[in-house]
Design a protein around this ligand. Sequence first.
Ligand code: GDP
Ligand code: GDP
Length: 439
Amino acid sequence: MKPVIALVGRPNVGKSTLFNRLTRTRDALVADFPGLTRDRKYGDGRLGDYPYTVVDTGGIGESEDGIDAPMTSQSLLAAGEADVILFMVDGRAGLTAADEQIASELRKLPKPTYLVVNKTDGVDADAAMAEFYALGLTDVMPIAAAHGRGVRSMIETVMEGFPDLQPLDDDQPQEDDEGRIRIAVLGRPNVGKSTLVNRMLGEDRVVVFDHAGTTRDAIEVPFERDGKPYTLIDTAGVRRRGKVFEMVEKFSVIKALQAMEAAQVVVLVIDAREGITDQDLHLLGYILDSGRALMIAVNKWDGLEADHKERVRAEMGRRLEFAPWVKIKFISALHGTGVGDLWAMVEKAWDSAFIRVSSNEMTRIMEAICAGHPPPRNGRFRAKLRYAHLGGNNPPTIVLHGNRTDSLPASYKRYLENRFREMLKLEGTPIRLEFKSGD
Ligand code: GDP
Ligand code: GDP
């Protein structure tokens, strides 16, 4: 399990600057998604082979009488989910009343807390740090987030607090030995996740086994459907026949992200009565970044007026224009309508996410695609694609070898992506193209 590191502090101390430095963006996937609001508060990073998650808890706002209460409680809630807190202060502005109040709030959280004194560039770090010792925190680290100074040794110190971490060679999910399909059902509170999960597990054809064990935040529920093995990574609380698992908890983005990472296929549940909300779009952004197979279940479709349905359909189409591969299913978890089709979509998406294609075949497909529409000339250059192979799964990663591939315009890459998707008959999974140029 990756440690979760929370950045806490008043506005302007440099939290987002540090956040950007500590996280890497997975830019390779579908580049950017126009029209998608992206919450950049959660991000992944790594120190060598050791991954971590960073949360920017947002500014703890200052008001006349100190700190702004509602914002503070939001930030503290997020900090409460973390394993370790980096309390950031501004080494140039010096100690403020708000810093003192934040420190006293943080003292109530039983979490390892480091005091990070930022903006120590161009000032004497020891002098800048001196007055902050009054906050009573013993682990004090000077950095300059904007320039990167001290950031590596800071994160090394933080990670030393987790001696039991397993190194990762690759954060791509691996295909399970048994061909087990790992599904996560995600969504905001009240959209109908538990109803859907219970409906899925309640079918006669489904045999649910005892939980193999629980991860920190999500429960893994192994089951078989028609003799095929699955694991459900549950964040909502599963009500099993006979036994009741109640997990009364607030919506936790961390938990959703962890479930997503542990899954191969994600079912994002949206409430048709509310339409697609900002929070839905934030979750969607993270899922798209992860490269997991994805389908959207628009729930509570029962009893809606025809014009309401039309409106929701149109909105979904418009909002998801940029990711046409995402399948949408209108369902009623309560009545079970559409849930059978959802199973079929999960199967198909999994098969698509874990295709097997030989290098010969992939190269032939590439040649057919290029024959239909060769790479265009770009200035003096024309890219040439020579051969292709499947470099990985979930998402399928197609590695294209050639020359001058840097000169391929984005429109041509999109063309390639769409044609590969068609020719490989992929449904419900993103794909990733990687270009390797011989020159
Ligand atoms: P946040 O509100 O806490 O997220 O703070 P930001 O990351 O937006 O930074 C606030 C301001 O401080 C910006 O103008 C940054 O460029 C500046 N800043 C951040 N880190 C440093 C630093 O290490 N040194 C200096 N001199 N300025 C910094
Ligand atoms: P969760 O918080 O996402 O797990 O949502 P729940 O499964 O607890 O459902 C929240 C509420 O929505 C409950 O009152 C459910 O009965 C109701 N609900 C769930 N699915 C449907 C549905 O398909 N149609 C209707 N009309 N209500 C539903």
